[in-house]
Design a protein around this ligand. Structure first.
Ligand code: GRG
Length: 293
């Protein structure tokens, strides 16, 4: 099957899973559940859950991966909702639509983000109760990736960096590794855990996630500087306007693109040691670094 058709198949499965596994908008209190569904179901590339599903199948398909895939998208979406709030990035546009706090209000968006994060763990507990070792491993993986030493820690350092004009490449790498690569790594590892991957395969997934995440974030910085708002579905040019330290600011556009290419090559080398007969995972990983071209 062609890559595009496969990608659409995974995308559809994720959309259906999100619509089915997250409480209906009519669930009391309806305003909260409507806001959760508004943020979650309003577009998005679904890269993390697609990676989880695709890796799980290729690593043996031992257990149903859809609940884990939906859980990672819930955590990712919570982080976007909170990142858009006026006290953080203060953005009006996300996934081509008004941000959750613009569509509802700040307090509702804050609570919807909280609820999405918590719901991810409810899903894991509910759907993997019969396989306690898997439930524990997934909980640990997601909690560590989303916690104070990774996602939230990366976000904290990112906020602090706005007041630090002397930011270095290693400071920036810390932010990217924790804010971006940790959640992509968790998506890959969750796929491995659901599929029944060996320890050495899980280690390969971790290495791939690290480099894929760095490449993905550098490309995100490049796109912020080069693409328009309509293409991105979020406000373009924000980094330069805020004089934010990014790879583009530190290294320039061309060097940033070369660094992203090197990280992608390392990620692909790590993934090459995994079962992927039809090359779908490799092509998806490659496309993440070439998006916007
Ligand atoms: C509020 C704890 C907390 C964290 C916020 C996600 C995040 C951290 C900030 C958003 C801004 C940003 C550039 C994050 C880096 C990761 C990233 C590129 C997120 C966007 O992911 P995509 O492109 O988005 O996969 P879609 O909308 O397709 O899901």
């Amino acid at each position: 099957m062609q890559f595009a058709a496969q990608l659409k198949g995974y995308h559809d499965r994720v959309e259906q899973g999100l619509a089915r596994l997250v409480p209906a908008g009519s669930t009391r209190p309806a305003r909260l559940h409507e806001a959760m569904r508004y943020a979650l179901l309003g577009g998005g590339k679904r890269l993390r859950p697609i990676l989880t599903l695709a890796i799980a199948e290729r690593c043996g398909g031992q257990h149903e991966a859809l609940p884990a895939a939906v859980a990672i998208e819930c955590i990712h979406t919570y982080s976007l909702v909170h990142d858009d709030l006026p006290c953080m990035d203060n953005d009006d546009l996300r996934r081509g639509r008004p941000t959750a706090h613009k569509q509802f209000d700040e307090a509702t968006a804050l609570l919807a983000g909280d609820a999405l994060l918590t719901y991810a763990f409810q899903l894991i507990g509910r759907h993997y109760a019969a396989v306690p070792a898997l439930a524990t491993a997934l909980t640990r993986e997601f909690a560590e990736a989303a916690g104070s030493e990774k996602l939230i820690g990366g976000q904290m350092e990112d906020l602090l960096a706005e007041r630090n004009p002397g930011m270095t490449t290693s400071g920036l790498e810390f932010i990217h590794l924790n804010k971006t690569a940790a959640m992509l790594t968790a998506a890959l590892v969750a796929g491995g855990l659901c599929g029944g991957a060996s320890e050495s395969e899980i280690n390969r997934l971790r290495l791939a996630g690290r480099h894929l995440g760095l490449a993905f974030q550098i490309v995100d910085d490049v796109l912020d500087a080069t693409a328009d708002t309509a293409t991105l579905g979020k406000t373009a040019g924000k980094d330069a306007k805020a004089d934010k330290t990014t790879y583009v600011k530190l290294h320039g556009l061309e060097a940033s693109q070369n660094i992203a290419r090197r990280h992608t090559a390392t990620a692909l080398e790590a993934l090459a040691g995994l079962p992927d007969d039809d090359g779908f995972v490799m092509t998806l990983a490659e496309s993440m670094a070439t998006r916007g071209k």
